[in-house]
Design a protein around this ligand. Structure first.
Ligand SMILES: [Zn+2]
Length: 313
């Protein structure tokens, strides 16, 4: 995808990000025209010389471009087989407008909110349909800078910040996860649809190799669902834990009477309060209805498999 390719290019070219017409030849002209119109690419200047061959003894800084038989040729003074035939547009240099590019990636991924730069290699992209805060980042060292991880967490509110990295390595990945950063890579957000057209989506980002959806921290009095910390009153937390203990046992159905014995309140009433409290935590009504299911004549059931539940001490 050209937007992702340009973002990688941006990360490699530093303070004055630019790209040559020759490099852009790999993409359809119509795509380039769209980027020019959107001011993501801006025609900057035309160069008059070309880089020397990779392993040349000529000693020059650049090759002169000659027009030979109507063709533009970057000539090697030593080895004619190394001459490069250029298209006129190869000589054009385009500036990449980082802000416009980032906004276009956020829009392609259907994020809401405004994208903004946090530092040179780190962007706040907006919020996904799942309510998660998304960040795009050049490399882990941009997050390890003082104060940055705290800032990301405060921007993400009660959810874990999702950071999509251009490049990362296993040891940085572990360190970032210890910092409660949800680490992802660029190829996870770029997909091909049925027509072979590449799409950007942030909705499928789940922690790698982790099917756990609901985590109960016994000692911390906390519950997280799909990476979102559920900020529930203690009575509601106790009820969620009751559901969880039942769900990991042989019969996941929680009887009305048990709810009433454990909470001292009418089951229907406290379940309604729990649903409202979960909506207050940012879940949609549909998500809540999917999660806590009425079992007629018996009570309620937490609609998660055992593997999707994790109980921590
Ligand atoms: Zn040469």
């Amino acid at each position: 995808m050209i937007l992702i390719w340009l973002w990688k290019r941006l990360n490699k070219t530093g303070a004055r990000p630019e790209v040559s017409g020759r490099l852009l030849r790999r993409f359809p002209e119509a795509d380039i025209a769209k980027l020019l119109k959107a001011r993501i690419l801006i025609e900057d200047r035309k160069v008059e010389t070309w880089g020397t061959c990779a392993h040349c003894d000529c000693g020059y800084d650049a090759r002169i471009i000659h027009e030979i038989d109507g063709k533009l040729v970057a000539c090697c003074p030593f080895d004619p087989s190394q001459d490069v035939i250029l298209e006129p547009n190869d000589l054009m240099r385009y500036r990449i407008d980082a802000e416009q590019l980032i906004a276009a990636i956020a829009a392609a991924g259907k994020l809401t909110g405004t994208s903004t730069a946090i530092s040179a290699g780190l962007w706040s992209m907006g919020t996904s349909a799942m309510g998660r805060s998304i960040f795009l980042c050049r490399s882990p060292r941009d997050v390890f800078a003082p104060g940055i991880s705290m800032l990301l967490k405060s921007l993400a509110g009660s959810t874990l910040p999702i950071v999509v990295f251009d490049e990362t390595d296993p040891s940085s990945g572990i360190r970032l996860r210890d910092m409660e950063i949800d680490v992802h890579e660029l190829d996870e957000i770029s997909h091909q649809d049925q027509n072979g057209i590449e799409k950007i989506s942030f909705d499928t980002l789940v922690p790698p190799g982790n099917r756990v959806r609901l985590t109960v921290h016994r000692s911390r009095q906390a519950v997280t669902l799909d990476g979102r910390v559920l900020d529930l009153p203690s009575q509601m937390l106790a009820l969620v834990r009751l559901f969880v203990e039942q769900a990991v046992g042989p019969d996941p159905r929680l009887k009305k009477q048990e709810i009433e014995i454990n909470t001292g309140r009418e089951a229907k009433e406290i379940i309604r309060d729990l649903r409202n409290a979960l909506i207050g935590c940012g879940l949609t009504r549909a998500q809540v209805d999917e999660l806590f299911v009425l079992v007629r004549g018996i009570g309620y059931r937490l609609a998660l498999n055992r593997e999707e539940i994790e109980i921590l001490g």
